[in-house]
Design a protein around this ligand. Sequence first.
Ligand SMILES: [Zn+2]
Length: 605
Amino acid sequence: MSTFALKVLLAAAGFTLSGMALAAATLVQDVRVFDGKAMHERRSVLFDDEKILDADFRGAAPKDARVISGAGRTLLPGLIDAHTHAFTGLDLPLLFGVTTQVDMFTAVPLMQAVKRSMAAGQNAGRADLFSAGTLATAPNGHGTQFGVPIPTLSSPDQASAFVDERIAEGSDFIKIVLEAGGQGTSKMNSLDVATARALIEAAHRRGKLAVVHVSNEADARAALEAGADGLVHLFLGAAPDAQAAASLAQLAKRKGAFVIPTFTVLESAAGVRDGEELLADPGLAPLVDRAGIATLKARYGAQAKPQALAMPKAVTAALRKAGVPILAGTDAGNAGTLYGISMHRELVALVAAGLSPTEALAAATSAPATAFKLGQRGCIAKGCKADLLLVDGNPAQDIKATRRIVEVWKDGQSANPLRDARRQKVAQESGAASRQALPPDGRISDFSAARLGSAFGSGWMASTDQFAGGKSTVKLEVLPPLPDGQVPLAVQASVAPGLPFAWSSVAFMPGAQPMQAVDLSAAKTLRFKVRGDGKTYQAMLMGAGNQRPSMVPFVAGKEWQEVSVPLKDFAGIDPAAVAMLAFSAGPQPGDYRFELVDVRLLEQE
Ligand SMILES: [Zn+2]
């Protein structure tokens, strides 16, 4: 029984409700309603702390109901992000109107914890989670590079057992990676198509969906031919010819598959910065903290290649024309994306790719609910879950109206107290954060036998890939002073194979705590003296919220040499939130030795 029905019953029986912990029903009156598929100009919607009681309520407001005016506003189902990696930031989606996340790979214990709180009816304070749990990939394949040890497979005969193990862990569906050739400079293994097909068939035998990560057209076709229920990415490239895009779309249509383009992460990979406009939005920006800003500003692509977005745009337009379900998903958890807020970028990108605003809204509500069989979500109708988003204006006319959030409800409970608290926290943080002053001579290295000191921050220390599961080691040794009195530091590094981004380094921590972000925007140039074995090394800068550091190579020759690196050469790093500066051997495995002295951060370019 709903609490509302219970209240009516109790009231009728003459009971008083005082002291009972029953949430009041809420009535949003005379509001434009997007029901998940279509817009209705004027309705009143009544819901309790569980579900929608009446999506077209007429008559006087029930006694005790909280009444909210809907004039000039639009009520939408809570948004569903169809592609995230919910490793962290579980509190974020709700702040921006995202009430359900479909996760494509996260830590199994985290997935299980959220599912327990959903089952207990105690998840009103954050978005619900549907998850693949561990993805299916090859040994050393995409998904293994994050330092979390995961089970892998390499042949079709292992598929059934793999799927059974995922289902036993609580996976809602199976996510499969086809990633031939790897990404960037790192070569990665991939499952073969036969194994992907065996996984899809095993999932289907167990009544589960199987979706596939692809990053090129050939893999997309292979996944669809193998029976994938959905593709969880499109891929970058120059504009395809119209026939190729149409034939891929028709294949998806024939196979009954859905597609999640993930423009947000593709924009990051293409190095374009259009998505940063989120941070200029007065409705959204006050909810984004410093670490969030850095994550949103990070980019996988070092150089802007906007033309590479022609492919996913053209394919999305072709999918729409063919009637293939398109789902809004951000790939949040990656550089250039952020949980919740990035959905408002994805909606704009979908409209730019040819969806009508109403179709884009469906892609973020009813389409993922149907595709992933999420039950009574993504809809405003009697019995639908009371996960709702109220905005000013009409997003069917201007898709950016989704950003003008008036209120968010999760399980019928207002998330506005959470939104207010976040706004306050962000305001406090930006008041407190100030630009780190640099020492007059810029010198940040203060090495002595007693300590590896620094002008500010928490000093210098060894940093290797061991915390990400690697096996690289490093030994630091303070050397006798040079004639000018400066004390050099010898760095003896052994970089072990295994990780695609192996490193072994000495690192300067600018914050009071190691890895605490500091505003280093006063610094324009990194200057240091180095000598060594003639090998190539990396100057590395790590930003708050970045998954991997940005690197600029230098050579350590036999004689002392001064090296200057403009800080702007560290692509994708926000100088206002720097967590670590390091001098690293690697990524090629081997033994290395270099000496470092007189490291400075200078205000001059
Ligand atoms: Zn992903």
